[in-house]
Design a protein around this ligand. Structure first.
Ligand SMILES: NC(=O)c1ccc[n+]([C@@H]2O[C@H](COP(=O)([O-])OP(=O)(O)OC[C@H]3O[C@@H](n4cnc5c(N)ncnc54)[C@H](O)[C@@H]3O)[C@@H](O)[C@H]2O)c1
Length: 414
């Protein structure tokens, strides 16, 4: 099999944590040629650990063997790195989100088309086990016709959270331009909503940057007591209307304490979804008459205790007239990629190059997702409904399989 040669820009947390291992050892279609970072020691770490080349970005762009630039920089650098790579005729895979503003994201889309190259963007978790299985169950009608969707994710972000990196950026990007919570965590929910239901037609919202000047409150922090400027939206409460007619809520905040819920209601039941920032999670359906999974319905990827487990919610209220109680049934996962598979979107793009097909993480989803956040912010300011101007194609589903997590790559070769 021909491997696709890639150059990696940005050797920070996510590169060190997951990407490099996955690109080097997990996805056989990827060959890492070189790495670069503004901070030499970070690139050197990759050289020492993985035996790859340290390169400048200019060397990567000039290297005709490198077909794809993998942009793992922080959001503020996404536009600069992606635009230069696209102009140099390289395919680009960029970590989330595509760009800090809708204007910059639109310009990147234009550059990809103008230069005739592929441009794909994270998050790629919607290719994960629970996300793809949920898509299959939904398409198969497990809750009938979907009617509403509800996504809620709240957390409390402070500059001195454990993630905070003092050197060299001196800021924690989820509290900064292009990286706020609606982009950082919100992006996962929007991508999975698009994967499940397709494009969004209109949005409206309240909220914004709730507390632009904050203080470092941890006495152990070197900047304790100093003011800290937050220049990104931190709380958004939005209503969404999808092209397919489904209506939904999207509630995202880094100003309150932690919650997570993600549900779709339908004409025949309720589908409880997982955390779209994880590849593996429990999914369940609640509908009258739901029964435990039968013999032989083993997906191979769920712990036995989870397969078909029936959770009695204690609700035997039968005022609706049906002689059955509502049951919650955990559904088996039907797909692989259930361990941390970041980079699966890049692997999918490599197969798209080899097989001449459309990549699943096509930029049109990333662009649409950025416009959703942009539109909600516009609505917050104007008090009006924002009509979306972009549409995206619902990505092709990954076929179900009984392959193990590590053999799952074969399902991308389509
Ligand atoms: N950290 C996570 O848990 C996580 C999870 C999923 C996705 N992501 C995404 O991955 C991306 C990177 O996140 P991170 O946490 O690794 O950030 P990070 O700040 O730890 O690392 C980013 C690296 O990019 C380098 N960089 C920035 N601009 C550059 C440029 N112009 N040229 C070369 N190098 C440059 C920085 O020096 C830094 O080492 C973000 O888009 C983020 O949303 C992060």
């Amino acid at each position: 099999m021909r491997k696709i040669k890639v150059g990696v820009v940005g050797c920070g947390g996510i590169c060190r944590g997951t990407y490099m291992d996955n690109m080097m050892y997990r996805f056989h279609v990827i060959e890492v040629v070189g790495v670069c970072d503004l901070i030499d020691s970070r690139a050197q770490y990759m050289v020492d650990k993985y035996g790859v080349k340290k390169m400048s970005f200019e060397e990567m762009l000039a290297d005709s063997e490198i077909e794809v630039i993998v942009n793992l920089t922080y959001p503020e650098s996404h536009f600069e790195i992606s635009s230069r790579a696209l102009k140099a005729g390289k395919h680009v895979y960029c970590e989330k989100m595509m760009a800090p503003t809708f204007e910059e994201a639109s310009e990147l889309a234009r550059l990809a088309e103008e230069n005739g190259v592929l441009f794909t963007t994270a998050p790629d978790t919607f290719l994960g086990a629970w996300e793809q299985s949920a898509r299959k169950y939904l398409d198969d009608g497990v809750i009938g016709k979907p009617v509403t969707i509800h996504a809620q994710c709240t957390s409390h972000y402070e500059p001195e959270t454990p993630f905070f990196d003092l050197a060299p950026k001196y800021f924690f990007f989820p509290l900064h331009y292009g990286g706020g919570f609606p982009f950082d965590l919100g992006g996962y929910y929007i991508h999975q909503m698009i994967n499940l239901l397709g494009s969004i037609k209109r949005v409206t919202g309240f909220g914004g940057n709730m507390n632009p000047v904050r203080k470092y409150t941890n006495p152990k922090h070197p900047k304790y007591g100093e003011d800290f400027e937050v220049n990104t939206p931190t709380t958004l409460m939005a209503a969404l209307e999808f092209e397919c007619g489904v209506v939904g809520t999207f509630h995202i905040s880094s100003d309150s304490q932690g919650t997570h819920s993600f549900q779709i209601t339908g004409t025949d039941g309720v589908f409880n979804l997982g955390d779209p920032n994880s590849f593996r999670d429990t999914i369940s359906v609640e509908r009258r008459g739901a029964a435990p999974a039968g013999e032989g319905m083993v997906a191979g990827q769920m712990p036995k205790s989870e397969i078909g487990a029936v959770v009695d919610d204690g609700n035997d209220d039968q005022t609706l007239g049906e002689p059955v109680s509502s049951q919650k049934v955990n559904l088996p996962l039907l797909h692989g990629f259930y361990s941390s598979s970041r980079g699966v979107g890049l692997a999918d793009m490599c197969y798209a190059i080899l097989n001449g097909r459309r990549p699943r993480c096509h930029y049109d989803i990333g662009l649409h997702a950025i416009e959703v956040i942009h539109g909600i912010q516009e609505s917050c300011k104007t008090g009006k409904i924002y009509e979306m101007t972009t549409k995206c194609e619902r990505p092709a589903p990954i076929r179900t399989s009984a392959l193990s997590d590590t053999a799952q790559e074969a399902t991308l070769d389509d």
